[in-house]
Design a protein around this ligand. Structure first.
Ligand code: EPU
Length: 301
């Protein structure tokens, strides 16, 4: 979708920079996604005004964070992509609290906290993406989830058109799911973390990094696990047991390293990836009677 030059000039006054015809494949870890105009929000304090302009001009939008857990449709997209400028996201530690901008890198945040002797987030070290995305999805790995550490979230809520602050206790954090609305835009978070010596935290970080390197295809293009684990089960193990590692539709392929990672093995399209997901879902259902649910967020046109 194209933003007119006139509208782009209005948005610029509000600290929102328009880039025309951006390939979102370049913005996602799967390297899949069509083309649209992108709006980079340089000023958090003017987000409500930007959104109000978009609403009055009837411009549909989707908020894209780190792009590491999303599968975007092919071709010309009928919505603009919004994202927060990531040049210098704020991070501050004070006592047992860390105050972090949503645009910050999650791994960088874990390291920053460790350097301030704040632990508890080691498991999240290798989870790619932004802090905003981690909040949205309640990112988790190796027994750690971000949710329990959240004390406050400042966010733009599309439902009210306002920037609000929610207390951690007002937000539901479940397995890879939260009570945030799909079009809530995370701005900042206050985390409470246990004090721990840096060296100890570092040892935990190294252990998680090793485990991840041993089992996940870290240098292939993926969105992490494609399906949620069903209650009490493992999507990766089921897909593996069916002999589907290496199975492909076009250039979308079940990783030969971890069967719940679906990778872009060349020039995969969204259609390839959806085809692969559908085929694997059917086989798992036929063999185990289990209906796998997407873990990746899918934005089709
Ligand atoms: N397994 C296989 N074959 C495979 C993959 C896994 O047999 O190809 C077996 C493993 O041997 C193990 C079990 O399945 O016994 C579980 O595998 P793993 O320990 O790799 O964890 P997972 O359940 O597949 C979850 C998260 C990951 C997270 C890891 C580590 C989900 C969907 N996945 O994976 O998160 O990194 O645990 O805590 O919850 C993500 O969110 O994108 C993600 C990758």
């Amino acid at each position: 979708m194209r933003v007119s030059d006139q509208l782009a000039a209005r948005l610029k006054d509000l600290g929102a920079e328009v880039q025309h015809g951006v390939s979102l494949a370049a913005r996602t870890s799967l390297e899949i996604g069509g083309t649209t105009d992108e709006l980079i929000l340089h000023r958090y304090d003017r987000i409500a005004e930007v959104m109000s302009v978009l609403a009055s001009e009837r411009i549909p939008w989707r908020y894209l964070g780190g792009g590491t857990n999303v599968l975007i449709g092919d071709g010309e997209l009928p919505w603009v992509a919004l994202h927060l400028a990531t040049a210098k996201p704020g991070m501050r530690a004070e006592g047992n609290f860390a105050y972090v901008d949503a645009a910050a890198d999650l791994g960088g945040t874990v390291t920053f906290c460790a350097k301030h002797d704040l632990g508890g987030m080691e498991g999240l070290i290798g989870v790619p993406g932004s802090v905003g995305g981690a909040l949205r999805m309640n990112a988790g790995a190796y027994g750690t989830q971000i949710g329990p550490h959240v004390r406050e979230v400042e966010l733009y809520r599309a439902a009210t058109g306002k920037v609000e602050t929610l207390r951690g206790s007002e937000i539901r954090f479940d397995y890879r799911h939260t009570s945030f609305a799909p079009n809530d835009v995370m701005l900042r978070v206050k985390l409470e973390l246990p004090s721990q010596p840096y060296k100890e935290i570092l040892a935990g970080i190294r252990m998680c990094n090793e485990k991840r390197r041993a089992s996940q295809p870290l240098n292939q293009k993926s969105a992490g696990c494609i399906f949620k684990n069903p209650p009490g089960g493992s999507a990766g193990r089921m897909i593996d047991e069916l002999g589907l590692k290496g199975f492909r539709v076009g250039d979308a392929m079940v990783s030969d390293r971890h069967a719940n990672f679906f990778v872009n093995a060349g020039r995969a399209t969204c259609a390839d990836m959806l085809g692969l997901m559908g085929a694997v879902r059917e086989r798992v259902h036929a063999a185990y009677g289990v209906e796998l649910e997407n873990e990746v967020i899918v934005w089709q046109n």
